[in-house]
Design a protein around this ligand. Structure first.
Ligand code: TYD
Length: 140
């Protein structure tokens, strides 16, 4: 799995509206242990600014839109514009993420592979770079 990747979910649409169903192991590439959502973000809000040692996540913008900048070792940083509830952004471990440009009424749903654990966070950018390099060296 790539470090960060847009997932296209099936959009079941008829005259009554849209329905998207997510099945673990089919649409979501990990067992979901936690769900949280971000909403009522004041104008100009920026969030994230961290990576995770182990955690994997899928971010889905259920309403409105938001931009997510992701960066991982050896890859140029990339910005994803989430504006469609039938798409999710998969983010693996050791990926620095920044969330910005939340639209009015944006609701960002996050599916996570682990329970909340502050010790899994890497909140310092230099530490993120150091850990990414040492992981790459171990895997060489
Ligand atoms: P944080 O992960 O820093 O938010 P963001 O990445 O969106 O900027 O979390 C903000 C606060 O919420 C922090 O005090 C930890 C707490 N929190 C939980 O208690 N449980 C959770 O599942 C998450 C994601 C955060």
């Amino acid at each position: 799995m790539e470090a960060a990747k847009l997932l296209d979910f099936r959009d079941i649409c008829d005259h009554r509206g849209h329905l998207t169903a997510l099945e673990i192991g089919i649409d979501i590439p990990f067992d979901i242990q936690r769900i949280y959502y971000i909403f009522n973000t004041p104008a100009g809000t920026e969030r994230g600014f961290h990576a995770h040692k182990q955690l994997e996540q899928v971010l889905i913008c259920l309403n409105g839109s938001v931009k997510i900048r992701v960066e991982s070792l050896g890859e140029k940083s990339k910005v994803f514009h989430l504006a469609n509830p039938s798409q999710g952004l998969y983010i693996g471990n050791l990926v620095w993420r920044e969330m910005f440009d939340f639209s009015d009424e944006a609701v960002l749903l996050v599916l996570a592979s682990e329970h909340y654990d502050e010790s899994d966070y890497i909140r310092d950018y230099d530490e993120f770079c150091r850990l990414s390099v040492s992981k790459r060296d171990v895997l060489k």
